[in-house]
Design a protein around this ligand. Sequence first.
Ligand code: PNS
Length: 161
Amino acid sequence: MKKVAIYPGSFDPVTYGHIDLIERASAIFDRLIVAIARNQAKKTLFNVAERRLLLEQATKKFSNVVIDDFKGLLVNYALKKEAKVIVRGLRAISDFEFEFQMALTNRSLAGKVETLFLMPNERYAYFSSRILKEIVALGGDAKHFVPSYVEEKLKTKLNRA
Ligand code: PNS
């Protein structure tokens, strides 16, 4: 039986930190579904179609990675996709509380779905999409954090092109 994992998130937009995680997880599982959450309370800069296009471009070199989006509870989506594992990145201690809460909530909703935490390369350990947007909005250089096509899209969105 093929080992399927879900890597869920907002991906607003995809960064080198996410790509690093995708590479690590795709080496462990037969199939990795990178799943954009649709129903978040969070207001996003990019719509789902835009985030999806950027993720597709960022992951085309990984043959066992597919991009999808989902509505509703993550565990229901994981069960529907027959994925036993949810992959999440853990950067710093600041991530821990939210991730701990989410992993145990998901376990109480669906005990058969495990959450697996991976650490990104330390280069990206302090970095987030939120900080990235701030850098670009203020005219900073984001080339160390995102591929050039993501930076271009960010500049256009944030009127920095
Ligand atoms: O990239 P993010 O914003 O940290 O991702 C958070 C995400 C999308 C994984 C989380 O909000 C989520 O799973 N949302 C789906 C709704 C859900 O299942 N909620 C209950 C578990 S906390």
